[in-house]
Structures are given as C-alpha cells and as structure tokens.
Design a protein around this ligand. Structure first.
Ligand code: NDP
Length: 417
C-alpha cells in the first residue's frame, strides 16, 4: 500500500520509523518543506525496511503543490504530520486526488487576525461557548465531500487526541454500560535540562497552554482562565505533579460521540519554571501571532521566539524521565458504579534510543502510524470524516501493545476531585 507522509519533524520521524516496522506499508513517500530532512531520515532508515522509500519537497499550504505530487505518486492514504495550519489544504488535495486522509491535530488558522477567519471564529465562540483557536467544525464540514468521494478522513490519531479517545471507546466497550465522567491526565515527567523549551512545536504548544481552559459539563462548555484550575496527582512511574485544566480538542469529539457523558476534563502537568517563563513571554508580547514592524521589516513574535528556543527535535538526547498519559473513567456497569484508569507510561531515553526522538514525539508518532495502518489495511473503513473513537478500539489497542505503547488498566484508581 502506498503511503504519503507530509511533514518531517519530531512526530513524523517516529511515525515513519514505525511505518517501516509495519509490512502493510510497501511504498512510502516522505514529503515536507525541507527535503534535506526527509533525505537524511530516509537514508538512516533505508537498510531497516523492505518498503520502497522516496522523498520530495512540498508546500502543504498550497493545494496545487500537493496535488502535483499526489497525482504522480498516487497514494492510497496521506498521513498529515505537518502542522494543523495545513489540515484543510491537505484534505482538499486528498479529495481531488482520491486519497484517504489521516492527521493528529485539528485545524488551526495560522493568521488569527484574518478578518474572514475571525468573523467565523467569533460566531462559533458565541454559539458553542469556548474560545480556543482550534475546533473540529472546519474539518467536520468535510463530511459530505468525503462521503461522496467514498474516502475516509481519520482525525486526531496522536496520543491526545488519539489514544485517549480509543481508551474511551475501549472502556465503553469492555468496562461500562455508561461512562459519566472522563478525566484525561497528561503528565510529562521529563527533564531536558534547559531553563525553557517546548516538547513539540513551540507555536502550537504555547498557544494551547496560554489560552483559556474549558471543560464539558451537562451538555455545555464551562470556560476557565488559563491555569485557573490546579490539582495534584501521584502518577505511576513519575510521582507527584501539579496539573492544570486545559481546553483540549478531544473533549469536543468525545462530547459528541460518547452518549450519556456528564463531564469531560483535561489536565496537563507543568512545572513552576515553565509557567513563569510562559507568563513572562506572554506579558511582553512574545506569544503574539500578528506581524509587528521591527527595524523596517515585519516579524511575527511567536515565530521569532520559535527561532530562539531549542528545536524540540534536539531534546531527545538530553531528556530523561517518563511520561504517563491516560484517562480516568467513572460510570455504571450492571447498575453498579465503577471507576477505571487506563494509561501508558513511556520512558524518554528508551524512545530516544529506538527512534532518535523523545517521548512526546514518540507517544504521538506511534499512534499516528497505527491509525494510518487501520485505514491502510481496511481494518477501519467507511466513507466520511471520523474521529478515532467512532471505530472498534480492539485492533488499535492490540497494536499499541505491539508497537511500543503498552497500556495498563487500574480498576481502583485515585480520583481527581
Ligand atoms: P514539527 O514542527 O517538529 O514538524 C512539522 C513538520 O511539518 C516540519 O518538518 C515542517 O517542515 C513541516 N511543515 C511545516 N509547514 C509546512 C508546509 N507548509 N509544507 C510542508 N511541510 C511543512 O512538529 P511536530 O512533529 O512536533 O508536530 C507535528 C504535528 O503533530 C502537529 O500538527 C502537532 O500539532 C501534532 N501533535 C499532536 C499531538 C497529539 O497527541 N495528538 C501531540 C504533539 C503534536 P520544516 O522542517 O521545513 O520546518
């Protein structure tokens, strides 16, 4: 089966490593903005696989650049591990060229000051009640087009969203008649030794963390100030950490797809030093996305900041410690209350030894490959736009154990108040 991977950053590096281990992928084209990165990765991996690997330059912001390449390569499926800014152009190109589409993050506009985008965004904030700059409406709007074309678009197959959503489908299938409360806990106990760095793309990461939090309760969104809700949790493999409630994209799709759910929250751990740096950068305007004039030229503050910060891909060799990501579910089985916690613990150094990337890229890249393989092998199929929790979770859960993200179930977890 022919796979085209778009992007060659941290997540792509892991996803491509893992594609090489899966015989369903027989031909892989790695295409990104900087071809030299694709060439270097292909060179490194060529001896490890029977799959035929080629590389190309592509500008994924332009549909024509994508279709030109797709018409030559004729991929069965396209895995988008570039940035969320490119989701819609890549979906358009897939429709034009008859390819299935897979990604790990929902659409986000690159220029949030664009008046046309802002008008739609402000209407959505009023109607839906949350102010995050990203949401699923843009991609769910492609439902009819993918249906009519007989193609599958699989949205959000990273860890969160992705594995956390599959954990939810699995819990509902095997442990509950109804799930009422979902707490998604994302803990990174890794230490890279820098005073400040982000574990994945700084623009995407800092925007997410500096925005208002929100959670889903009794059929509507409740919005909080950034970092307003804090809890402590003792994570297996990591220990006690502070965690903060954030808005996160899988809350939106789980609220739609999990019947009877009463509340969904998402917490992520942050150290005090990270938060102090981030607040300072925000206060001085360094997280801005609108261009400013500097010495006769335009610069975008957050892009300039990205150039100064360590490249997330370079954190691998320095990062030690573990991640622990999972979901605590509370609900009903056979009329009785039940609580379970499904989670994965991943070691940064082990990920680095295997793939040259740290655990944040690893925990996203492995499920990116698994979701793609579900579509490539026909294990998951259907025409239209889907989130991962809409399919049978069992083959995906098996693949997580096989490809490096084994999970555990704790049937008596400590709950989050
Ligand atoms: P990186 O910034 O490391 O990599 C992005 C890659 O996309 C780079 O190779 C970059 O090229 C390429 N790219 C950017 N713009 C274009 C363009 N216009 N045309 C072609 N290629 C382009 O990001 P990550 O690997 O950390 O993240 C990849 C994706 O994974 C993101 O969408 C992120 O949001 C998502 N993610 C999802 C998670 C989840 O759990 N669901 C968790 C973490 C990340 P160049 O090398 O030239 O810069």
């Amino acid at each position: 089966m022919k796979l085209m991977v778009i992007g060659c950053g941290g997540v792509a590096t892991v996803a491509i490593h893992k594609c090489y281990e899966n015989p369903v992928f027989t031909e892989i084209l790695v295409a990104s903005r900087t071809k030299s990165k694709c060439d270097a990765l292909a060179e490194k991996l060529r001896s490890r696989t029977k799959a035929v690997i080629t590389t190309a330059t592509v500008n994924a912001d332009r549909v024509e650049s994508l279709t030109e390449l797709m018409n030559k390569f004729k991929p069965h499926t396209v895995l988008n591990v570039a940035l969320p800014y490119q989701d819609l152009t890549i979906m358009d190109a897939c429709l034009e060229c008859g390819a299935n589409y897979v990604d790990t993050a929902n659409y986000e506009a690159e220029n949030t000051d664009d008046p046309e985008w802002r008008a739609i965004y402000e209407k959505r904030c009023k109607e839906k009640g949350f102010t995050a700059l990203f949401d699923y409406s843009w991609q769910w709007a492609y439902q009819d087009k993918f249906k009519a074309a007989g193609l599958t678009a699989l949205l959000g197959t990273g860890f969160d969203p992705g594995v956390t959503s599959v954990y939810t489908a699995y819990a509902l299938k095997h442990y509950f008649d109804e799930i009422h409360y979902i707490d998604i806990l994302d803990c990174n106990g890794g230490d890279h030794g820098y005073p400040f760095a982000t574990n994945f793309n700084p623009e995407i990461n800092l925007r997410e963390v500096s925005s208002n939090g929100s959670y889903w309760e009794e059929g509507h969104w409740v919005e909080t100030k950034p970092m307003e809700i804090k809890r402590e949790y003792d994570f297996d493999g990591v220990g006690m950490k502070d965690m903060y409630l954030l808005h996160h994209e899988e809350i939106e799709s789980l609220a739609k797809n999990i019947p009877n759910v009463k509340r969904i929250r998402f917490f992520m751990t942050f150290g005090q030093s990270y938060l102090t740096h981030m607040n300072c950068l925000q206060n001085v305007g360094m997280l801005g996305t609108a261009p400013v004039q500097f010495e006769g030229r335009e610069i975008v503050p957050i892009k300039f900041l990205k150039a100064l910060l360590p490249d997330p891909a370079s954190l691998g060799p320095r990062t030690v410690g573990k991640t622990n990501i999972g979901c605590i579910f509370r609900g009903i089985k056979d009329g009785k209350e039940r609580n379970i916690y499904i989670y994965n613990v991943c070691d940064h150094q082990e990920c680095y030894k295997e793939t040259g990337a740290q655990a944040v890229s690893y925990t996203t890249g492995v499920p990116a490959m698994i979701g793609t393989s579900m579509i490539a092998s026909g294990t998951w199929s259907g025409a239209g736009v889907f989130n991962v929790e809409e399919f049978d979770p069992d083959p995906y859960m098996e693949a997580l154990n096989k490809y490096g993200l084994p999970w555990q179930v704790n049937e008596n977890p400590v709950l989050v108040d």
